[in-house]
Write a protein that binds this ligand. Structure first.
Ligand code: BEZ
Ligand code: FE
Length: 293
């Protein structure tokens, strides 16, 4: 190493050492460990890419724009975490060690708390457009016992790829919750989900464009399932026929969550919201033991 390089290396190491030391007295041990590790990795990233000052400014402008487009209906920072795979890495790190349980995937920004309750066999579409889809299955434990009375929240985009929170009015559509029956069974009507782009008219969209990546998510139906004595399950099911399974913008696809779709031209089951062609999906929701969180 020549002398100039040695001087630069010492200068850089001194900055890192000083910043690390500034967190040494953090009272909370977990926060101290996180800040030490963050500084070590962030500094070594900057050293590895030899970060220039214009690049640092671009990053600050990017984060500033993300802040400006974020409000209570749009969360650009979660979207950034999603496209960087940080959301799915966090899901993977925290996946329970419960063989046979349904795998989790990314929560996404489109859940809302005040969805309507429906009875077994009810319709979550409530005006969301698309081909009717009958969704059935059982909620059970990893040892096969039925889980009665589980709360099943479901939400989805319509066949134009929009969630109700993206509609210009305040309609609720494509979301509801229901309880599993005494045998753990559940059934409801919905519309067959369609692939859609994640919001890409902001800085995260620009990042995808600049890096030659696409914004599309494969079609999916979101589930959140809670029941006393079990870990909360947040997942989706994906359609085997979807063209975007291998290029999900947020890396949420897992093989175990891909389901076949039945396409039917005969009369739908009694209580169907349609007389026309319909589709069907069957998927069991298998819960890991836990404390309801
Ligand atoms: C979603 O599936 O709803 C979603 C997940 C991550 C980013 C955007 C949308
Ligand atoms: Fe979604």
């Amino acid at each position: 190493m020549n002398t100039d390089n040695a001087v630069a290396t010492d200068r850089e190491a001194a900055v890192t050492a000083e910043v690390l030391a500034s967190f040494d007295t953090t009272p909370d041990a977990r926060l101290r460990a996180i800040m030490h590790s963050l500084v070590r990795h962030l500094h070594s990233f900057a050293r590895e890419v030899r970060l220039t000052e214009p690049e640092w400014e671009t990053a600050i402008e990017f984060l500033t724009r993300a802040g400006h487009v974020t409000d209570d209906r749009r969360q650009e920072f979660i979207l950034l975490s999603d496209v960087l795979g940080l959301s799915m890495l966090t899901v993977a790190i925290n996946e329970p060690d419960a063989p046979g349980a349904t795998e989790s995937t990314v929560f996404g920004p489109f859940f809302v708390d005040d969805a309507p309750e429906i009875a077994q066999g009810g319709d979550i579409a409530q005006g969301a457009t698309g081909t009717a889809c009958h969704v059935t299955g059982r909620v059970r434990s990893v040892t096969g016992e039925p889980v009665a009375g589980a709360r099943i929240d479901v939400w989805e985009a319509d066949d134009d790829g929009f969630y109700d929170v993206q509609y210009p009015d305040d309609r609720t559509a494509g979301r509801a919750w229901l309880h599993s029956g005494a045998d753990g069974g559940y059934r409801f009507w919905s519309v067959l989900p369609a692939p859609y782009p994640i919001p890409h008219d902001g800085p995260v969209g620009d990042l995808l464009t600049a890096t030659g990546r696409g914004p599309m998510r494969p079609a999916h139906l979101h589930f959140m399932v809670t029941a006393p004595g079990f870990r909360r399950l947040i997942t989706h099911i994906f359609l085997a026929e979807d063209p975007y399974l291998d290029s999900d913008a947020v890396f949420g696809v897992k093989d175990s969550l891909i389901v076949d779709v039945g396409h039917h031209n005969d009369s739908p089951p009694a209580g169907a919201p349609t007389e026309g062609p319909w589709t069907s999906i069957t998927f069991d929701l298998v819960l890991a033991p836990g404390d309801g969180h």
